[in-house]
Design a protein around this ligand. Structure first.
Ligand code: UT7
Length: 328
């Protein structure tokens, strides 16, 4: 029997229109364009419109995917969403997206893996395609980071932005699509990058909100050191495991948190900068959104059979790599 693999057959991204530039941030916190550019590679990021929620991003992504593939939302079996900024704590934003986009025959859920959300969701979605039970699975990675960022905290507000994207997974019998995944987590890193209050451990109170503890907290240097080591290691590990040389890799699709982390990963893989997708200068770190946003922007340059290595590191800590063959 031919082995069924899960192949990406359509991709769609979405970013809100409003731009928040480094010059804008200079007016809000004690920072400057030179510092932000040299330390992170970011020039500007996008901001959701007032009232624009994660599900609104998701509806645009689902509609775009269906339109490009020439299918109806009714054809979708499942929607998996990697995000930490859902519309509500419950119900899941996947449910809201399916309702708003008309995916009446789909079920789905959200999963929380911060910047690795898209990779985790992609690996979950592919299992349902590979086991033959689902024919059309949409995997979304997106975040409305502006809803949890303190724009008075220069340690975080310069990095994060809003946006995301998604892919359609379908069965493939030519051996294209997801080939392998290595996903990891280490909860002992949780205190270095987290949204401290608002969960069951410490629900929101007037007091902790007054202290601005509902926003993202990041100890940048510690996260940076862990990100450089782990993202580079896992990308190299997946190459070794699959006997891939740097020549075999057509594209590295890295999480866009910091240009220095991306460069370190590419160096470790021996992959030249011309093979690395980078759009951090335009969108900053959109958390679960960065990798599908890259796939969307590079879609025209991708060729059937291209070997792609997707790699991420983020809060949790969570990290991992997925090796896939582009299918169209
Ligand atoms: O996507 C999820 C995972 N997240 C990441 O991967 C992010 C990882 N971390 C980073 O990317 C970097 O740590 C940051 C970009 C967040 C910070 O860069 P850094 O090179 O680690 O800076 P730092 O925190 O060591 O600060 C260096 C200096 C300090 O001043 P002194 O003590 O040397 O005088 C900071 O106070 O820069 C200062 N600083 C700033 N200056 C201007 C910190 N933030 C800013 C700022 N503008 N926004």
């Amino acid at each position: 029997m031919t082995k069924i693999t899960a192949a990406i057959t359509s991709v769609q991204g979405y970013v809100p229109e409003k731009i928040l530039s480094n010059a804008d941030l200079e007016k809000m916190v004690d920072t400057n364009d030179e510092w932000i550019t040299s330390r992170t590679g970011i020039k500007e990021r996008r901001m959701a419109a007032p009232g624009e929620a994660l599900s609104d991003f998701g509806v645009k992504i689902i509609e775009g995917i269906c339109e490009k593939r020439g299918i109806s939302p009714l054809d979708i079996d499942m929607v998996v969403v990697g995000s930490i900024t859902g519309d509500y704590r419950f119900p899941s934003s996947a449910n809201v997206m399916c309702d708003k986009a008309g995916c009446k025959n789909a079920w789905g859920f959200d999963l929380s893996a911060a910047c690795s959300g898209f990779l985790y969701a992609l690996d979950v979605g592919r299992v349902y395609v590979e086991n033959g039970t689902h024919k059309k699975v949409i995997v979304i990675g997106a975040d409305v980071m502006s809803s949890i960022i303190n724009y008075k905290d220069r340690a975080t507000c310069i990095i994060f932005g809003d946006g995301g994207g998604g892919v359609l997974l379908e069965p493939n019998e030519e051996g294209l699509g997801v080939q392998d995944s290595i996903l990891k987590s280490d909860g002992s890193g949780r205190q270095f990058l987290l949204q401290e209050v608002g969960g069951s451990k410490e629900p929101l109170t007037a007091e902790n909100v007054g202290e601005n503890r509902q926003y993202v907290y990041q100890e940048g240097q510690t996260v940076f050191k862990n990100a450089v080591r782990n993202m580079a290691d896992v990308a190299a590990e997946i190459m070794e495991k699959n006997n891939l040389t740097s020549e075999d890799v057509a594209w590295l699709v890295p999480h866009q948190a910091n240009l220095r982390i991306i460069d370190a990963t590419a160096r470790r893989m021996g992959v030249g900068t011309e093979k690395v997708m980078v759009n951090i200068q335009k969108y900053g770190n959109t958390t679960a959104g960065t990798i599908p946003l890259c796939l969307w922007e590079w879609e025209d340059k991708l060729k059937k059979g291209d070997n792609l290595v997707l790699a991420s590191f983020g809060g949790g800590f969570t990290w991992g790599a997925i090796y896939l063959k582009w299918a169209y």
